[in-house]
Ligand binder design. Structure first.
Ligand SMILES: *Cc1c(COP(=O)(O)O)cnc(C)c1O
Length: 240
C-alpha cells in the first residue's frame, strides 16, 4: 500500500485517539465519575494488523474482535504483549472449542447453552474463562442477547456452571434517532447491573458494564458504562 496513505491514516488514528480519550474523561467528570473508572476497548474487526499495532503503540491495552476466525487468522501479526483480548461477537456453540483459552474474556454470552459449552471447554483446558452476559436491552428480534425480563432466571442458571466466571454485562442498544431514547437504554442497563450485583450470586461479580460504541460512547459513560467499545471513531469507517 502507498506509504503516505498509511502515514496519514496513522496520523488520523493519533488524533482520533486523543479525542476519544478526551471525550471519555469529559463525560466521566460530567457524571461525577473518575475517568480512570472507564476502560476503552478498541474494536478491531476488519482492521488491518498494521493499524491495530499502531493503536497498541499509542497505549491501547484492550481489544475486541467479533469473529473467532478473523481473530485467530490475524493474531500472529499483532503485538499483543500486555494487551487484553475479548471476543465480542455472537459465538456459536460449535466454535467455542476454538476460542476458549485464546482470549481473556468472552463478552457475548447470550444463552445458557453457550455458557455451558464455554464452561465445559474451559474445564478441559484447566482454566476458568471470564465472561460477560449479553443483554438484548431493546428486546429486538434481530439481535442476540438475553431478554431483560429473563435475565435473572438465566444468570441464576449460568452462575451454577463450572469453568466460567461471570464478570458483568454487555449490550448493544437499538439505533436511536435521539439521545434521550438512547440514554434510556443505557440507564436501564445500569439498573440491571446494579440489581444483579445486589443479589450477590455465587460466581457472579458485576464489575464490568460494557456499553457504548462510536456513536454513543459519551452517553454510555454518562449512564454508568465501565467499558466502551470503539471501532470506527478510532480507525475510520470500516470497509467490509
Ligand atoms: C463493531 C462493534 C463495535 C464497534 O462499533 P463502532 O460503531 O465502529 O464503534 C462495538 N461492539 C460490538 C459488539 C461490535 O460488533
Amino acid at each position: 500500500m502507498d506509504e503516505s496513505l498509511i502515514k496519514s491514516r496513522f496520523h488520523d488514528i493519533d488524533e482520533n485517539y486523543k479525542l476519544i480519550m478526551h471525550n471519555i474523561a469529559e463525560s466521566a467528570i460530567k457524571a461525577g465519575r473518575s475517568p480512570a473508572d472507564i476502560r476503552l476497548m478498541v474494536v478491531t474487526k476488519t482492521v488491518e494488523s498494521a493499524y491495530i499495532n499502531h493503536a497498541i503503540e499509542l497505549g491501547i491495552d484492550l481489544i475486541g474482535e467479533n469473529r473467532v476466525q478473523e481473530f485467530l487468522g490475524k493474531r500472529d501479526e499483532l503485538k499483543l504483549d500486555g494487551v487484553e483480548k475479548h471476543l465480542i461477537g455472537h459465538l456459536q456453540t460449535n466454535k467455542v472449542r476454538q476460542i476458549v483459552g485464546n482470549v481473556d474474556m468472552i463478552d457475548s454470552v447470550d444463552s445458557v447453552k453457550v455458557a455451558s459449552e464455554i464452561g465445559k471447554q474451559s474445564i478441559k483446558n484447566g482454566i476458568i474463562t471470564d465472561v460477560l452476559v449479553e443483554i438484548n436491552i431493546g428486546a429486538e428480534e434481530s439481535k442476540f442477547g438475553i431478554d431483560p425480563a429473563e435475565l435473572l432466571e438465566n444468570i441464576h442458571k449460568m452462575s451454577e456452571i463450572d469453568g466460567i466466571g461471570i464478570k458483568g454485562l454487555m449490550a448493544i442498544p437499538p439505533i436511536c434517532d435521539n439521545e434521550e431514547k438512547n440514554r434510556k437504554f443505557f440507564m436501564n442497563m445500569y439498573r440491571l447491573f446494579l440489581d444483579i450485583r445486589a443479589k450477590k450470586l455465587d460466581n457472579v461479580s458485576m464489575n464490568i458494564l460494557s456499553m457504548g460504541m462510536s456513536d454513543d460512547y459519551t452517553a454510555a459513560v454518562l449512564e454508568g458504562a465501565t467499558m466502551v467499545r470503539v471501532g470506527s471513531a478510532l480507525f475510520g469507517r470500516r470497509v467490509y
